[in-house]
Design a protein around this ligand. Structure first.
Ligand code: A2R
Length: 321
């Protein structure tokens, strides 16, 4: 089915499944290919009813303001910190993201990164490739035995991480804005107080203004020289310059990082450090899961174009029909 009366604007290059899924059904324009985007939006903005976007471009109040007939912002990924969902809500625009379908994939990655960081798996691999095993054994590593992990953000992904961590014998605690009923792990209203009693801090809460640099110097100092930070959420949650400085000095023990403040730029000071494992934001990045996410992006636009409820609206823009 095609939708001639539902023009869609695509802000950034997206995976082929999305580009084909959108462009084969909707009259579509690639904003990122426009020579003068501002002039294009000024003259053509009013005709678009759909916006398809991802983490590379901010769908802020300015962009939304230039699309006066917009009905949906379909965003790729579970985090939508670059979409101004409150500005969209004020205009009656639906915002959708791609939750749930990536939960297990990101949780798998989080545990993999924790183990890789603790047991120093990438360093051990490099050790063999560099021929160093022939000269002696790889140094003994840290362990997960007897450790306690604090989860910052016990949501869908945080709970999937917790389930896996329990199977690995870790003790658990969590921090969020509210204590959750029916959760067996100790709740800490203060992130700092939790950091004082855990060995590992697992960061899996949304980015945005309310979580900006909440993993600050005091939290990292509480984690300390024997502590491990794992971040699979957003780089913005951690005070990155402080984290780099503390990893370099040994004031923070180790870090496994899948996300950074200014991706794809990663602080080069991390490259030479032995106590970090760095990943290029691959939490959900399997072919299977990315296809599920991409299909949701397309299906949400189709739902709105057909006047149906979106599959996955964000809480700020609940579907009211
Ligand atoms: O604060 P609560 O009780 O609503 O718990 C949520 C927590 N959270 C926060 N924790 C501390 N300070 C905040 N300002 C704050 N805002 C939210 O994060 C909840 O337990 C968790 C988010 O869970 P979900 O909404 O189920 O998200 P999901 O699918 O687990 O994904 C989490 C994040 C995404 O936003 C991406 O940034 C990342 O994973 O890939």
């Amino acid at each position: 089915m095609t939708f001639a009366d539902f023009p869609v604007l695509i802000t950034q290059p997206m995976m082929p499944l999305i580009m084909e899924g959108v462009e084969s059904r909707f009259p579509s324009v690639r904003l990122f290919e426009q020579a003068d985007r501002s002039a294009f939006l000024a003259s053509e903005g009013p005709r678009f009813k759909g916006l398809v976007t991802g983490q590379a471009v901010a769908s802020d109040a300015i962009l939304i303001g230039r699309l006066p007939n917009l009905q949906i912002i379909s965003s790729f990924g579970v985090g939508y910190d670059l979409v101004d969902a409150h500005a969209a809500a004020a205009r009656g625009i639906t915002v959708t993201n791609t939750p749930d379908v990536l939960t297990d994939e990101v949780a798998d990655l989080a545990l993999g990164l924790l183990i890789a960081t603790t047991r120093r798996l990438p360093q051990a691999d490099t050790f063999i490739r560099q021929g160093r095993w022939l000269k002696g054994n790889f140094p003994l590593s840290d362990t997960l035995r007897g450790k306690t992990m604090g989860i910052l953000g016990l949501g869908r992904i945080g709970k999937a991480v917790a389930t896996r961590a329990e199977a690995f014998g870790l003790k658990l605690a969590y921090h969020g804005r509210t204590q959750q009923p029916d959760v067996p792990y100790p709740f800490f209203a203060s992130l700092l107080e939790m950091a004082k009693v855990v060995d590992i801090l697992m960061v899996i809460a949304p980015g945005g203004a309310s979580t900006k640099a909440i993993v600050n110097r005091a939290v990292l100092e509480a984690l300390g020289p024997h502590g491990t930070l794992i971040n699979v959420a957003r780089g913005s949650l951690v005070d990155e310059p402080v984290m780099v400085e503390m990893l370099a000095s040994g004031a923070l023990g180790a870090a496994g990082l899948d996300v950074f403040e200014d991706e794809p730029r990663v602080p080069e000071a991390l490259f030479g450090l032995e106590n970090v494992v760095l990943l290029p934001h691959v939490g959900s990045a399997s072919v299977y899961t990315r296809n599920q996410m991409g299909q949701l992006v397309v299906d949400n636009v189709i739902a709105i174009a057909e006047g149906r409820a979106p599959l996955t609206p964000v809480p700020e823009t609940p579907w009211i029909g």
